[in-house]
Ligand binder design. Structure first.
Ligand SMILES: [Zn+2]
Length: 384
């Protein structure tokens, strides 16, 4: 009985000791298991597999394309623009890099999901395309001589060239002349060596100065030509009809005093034609003379005037009276430049012309003293 008691007591003690150790071990095992499960879940849930350029990698859940590019140290750089010989034309002027998820292009902020196939296409250098253009070479215009009468020596012709142009940069790569242009040759002629001059007045009519000038000329029995501005003449048709009725030449000086040097042929023709209408309405006949404002000279000007039945005329003596020097200065300048067959330009309109009016009798007297006589433009031209 004692033994049994002892044994029982011993067994009870042993049993009590084992019962205390088992829970501790269980907790440890459970803890380990929990940790493993947590790590496993952490790996499973927080890191997802994606394919980057056909290689599977794990990325943190919720990552964007940009995050992956930064993590993988991928450089996204646009390609360069180069010419056909490989020379750099524009840094990063080539094709941009692209990012694709499952074949569709996406932005860098696109969020990646489990199993996405990400493809990163690097920037690509591109070779600039070359455009071939056929262009006209406008002929140069040369003017020879110093006389007032302008005519065409040679109409010349335009040329043709092929131009290779870089389509992105617009630079001219090369030019190939197919046909050279031939220059336009204009001639300024003095038609006589006789001791004659022609007086001309521009930019009128003026209701104030033109009648005064006409009165002086009529009193002195001197012919002259008035190159009128169409828009101005429209306001004073009576002055034009008086000029024509008393034998003065009414010349065409464009409708709006446009500088025609760079004008298109249709603009030039329009300016001349509109003024011809004004002259015809006031005088019953058209003009035979055209003077381009500022003395602009071009083939289109001469040809347009010819189409309207006008000869183109400039001048050979210019005292710059429009700058309003004194009457004596105007007269002195005329006398310093005078030559046989001269065409003198003065102004009856476009500003204060009182000095010109004052200078006119002085000029007439001085020229007569030098033996000059006054003739019409037609007479100078026809006296060659
Ligand atoms: Zn003028």
């Amino acid at each position: 009985m004692k033994v049994e008691f002892f044994n029982k007591s011993f067994l009870d003690k042993k049993s009590a000791s084992t019962n205390e150790a088992v829970p501790v071990a269980n907790y440890a095992v459970a803890g380990m298991l929990l940790l493993i499960i947590c790590v496993f879940l952490y790996r499973i849930v927080l890191f997802i597999p994606v394919s980057l350029n056909d290689e599977w990698i794990k990325i943190r859940w919720g990552s964007t394309v940009r995050d992956v590019i930064v993590k993988e140290k991928i450089v996204l750089k646009r390609g360069d623009l180069k010419d056909t010989k490989g020379k750099l034309l524009r840094k990063e002027g080539g094709r941009a890099p692209g990012v694709f998820i499952n074949g569709s292009e996406v932005s860098l902020s696109a969020i990646l999901r489990r199993g996405h196939r990400v493809t990163i296409r690097p920037g690509v250098d591109i070779v600039e395309e070359v455009e071939r253009k056929v262009e006209t070479i406008q002929p140069a215009t040369y003017v020879s001589g110093k006389g007032a009468f302008l005519s065409i020596g040679s109409t010349g012709h335009p040329g043709m060239k092929i131009v290779n142009i870089g389509s992105s940069t617009g630079r001219i790569i090369s030019e190939e002349i197919v046909r050279a242009s031939k220059p336009v040759m204009l001639k300024r002629a003095i038609h006589t060596t006789n001791q004659v001059v022609a007086l001309t007045f521009d930019d009128g009519p003026s209701s104030l100065y033109t009648p005064q000038i006409l009165a002086i000329l009529q009193a002195e029995q001197i012919p002259a030509a008035f190159f009128i501005i169409g828009s101005q003449a429209k306001k004073h048709p009576g002055i034009l009809s008086e000029m024509a009725a008393t034998g003065y030449i009414v010349g065409n000086h464009t409708y709006s005093h446009s500088m025609l040097g760079d004008a298109s042929t249709s603009e030039i023709f329009g300016e001349i034609e509109k003024t011809e209408k004004v002259i015809k309405e006031a005088t019953g006949v058209g003009s035979h003379w055209f003077r381009p404002p500022g003395g602009s000279m071009s083939l289109a000007i001469v040809e347009s005037a010819t189409l309207e039945g006008c000869r183109t005329i400039l001048w050979s003596v210019d005292p710059l009276d429009w700058m309003r020097p004194s009457a004596d200065t105007i007269c002195d300048r005329v006398m310093n430049q005078i030559h046989p067959g001269a065409v003198i330009i003065l102004h009856d309109g476009g500003g204060d012309r009182s000095a010109t009016v004052q200078a006119l009798p002085k000029i007439i007297t001085a020229l007569r003293e030098k033996g000059y006589s006054f003739v019409k433009l037609d007479e100078i031209e026809g006296s060659e």
